[in-house]
Ligand binder design. Sequence first.
Ligand SMILES: [Ca+2]
Length: 480
Amino acid sequence: MAGSCSRAAAVPRVRYHLPLEPAGTLSPTLAHGWAVASQDGGHENSQLPVPNQFFLDPQAVIDHAYRSIDVTTQTAKYLIKVYYGDGPRRSYWVGCSTGGRQGMVMSQNFPDYFDGIVAGDPVYDLEAISLTEDWGVEQIYNITPQPVQRLQNGSPILYPAFPVEDQQLFTKAILQACDGLDGTVDGVIDDLPACLKKFNPASYVFSDTHQRLQCTGPKTASCVSKAQIDAVEDINEGPTTSHGQTIKAPAGAVAHHHVDNTVLGYQYDGGFMAPTGIPSRKIGTPTTTPGDYALGLGQLPYIWIQPPDPSFDPLTFNFNSDLDKLNKNSVLVTYSTSLDIKKFTRRGGKIIWYHGLSDPGPPVLGTIRYYTEMAQQYGGLKGAQTFSRLYLVPNMGHCSGGPATDQFDLLSPLVSWVEQGAEPDAIVASGTNFTAADHSQPTTMPLSRGSAICRFARWRSRKRSQLHMHRAPASRISRR
Ligand SMILES: [Ca+2]
């Protein structure tokens, strides 16, 4: 993932109407006439024996944190000036994942480089996200039947803990409970706040079979075990000590004017247990290890425990006794978790975040928390919306994927906002990944759909997994 999603775009003078393209991809492309630059974060994983090995090189960490973006941006602007005889009048950043984090770095630390920024599914606190991912995989590992199978490289196969039939049962339950709450049974939960008040996997009773999702006796094909539900609930809640105390990722506590660094869990959503949700990163498949094993888990031994110990098995990280080993200061975190973007906003900068509600990597609640706390610095949501937006995409996985309307263009509305003052509202989106298998009662809904993604309104934090969203007016949504 390192650097692979990052994109920098600098625009000389010309604007074009852009076709819809998948979220998180380079949009628009060179074919649309933009001057575009992209970079690799300062290293190529393919050239390293172990991808996370670059974390052992302090300069490589700085390059990955911010310097590669700085140098690339300056170089791109220089080349534009040389080629066109004049520098760009406007410059824009579009990125997802690491690219989303880098967009936030630009708003906080290089506020005069870009006029507009699109930051998707940002991994803005890598240490916290690494701990969330490690915690999640440990929950699945702990219920995997022994002996745990391993690939030749030692990576574990955890799929037997939660096979696809059980994943589908869980998805059936949450969709049966929540899909229709928004008025349309279509496999998408558009009213997640209402869903979260209603859906409790441990007590859910299927309306068609009148059986519980959680087995009341031995495990059968029509229920999932208490151990499986407990694991899912722990993944939802996020890391805690054995006394139930939440955990803070310490590197985030030294950033300038930093966001709350409590480590978060994953929101229940329609795509939570879809293949692109939790299964892709915490469970894996019969032949592949969970995706997080090479991502957040793989980072722990190289950067998040100090001193680094490449031989450390991240599945043995103890959320009680190992907390004092955590890295307390890393530019990877301190350069992207500041709430202070005043220099960016004072010169008219606009920033749009988006995040998949079923992202199994960086928890969507982290982006919501950042946005909410950032807004508090600017007079609340109303003040923040003079220069920013946050869009939450139901069912969408990390940057794209899942039974979701994951194809949309946020750059065009951003450009219109920066250059014409046209404030963005509901965004038209489409998707083609809808399948009957993700739905409790197969309907005649088409597999390709259009919808709208909505402006975020507010988050109530009585519980870590509660949120509220502004819903777009129905008249603006055209389903097809
Ligand atoms: Ca629905």
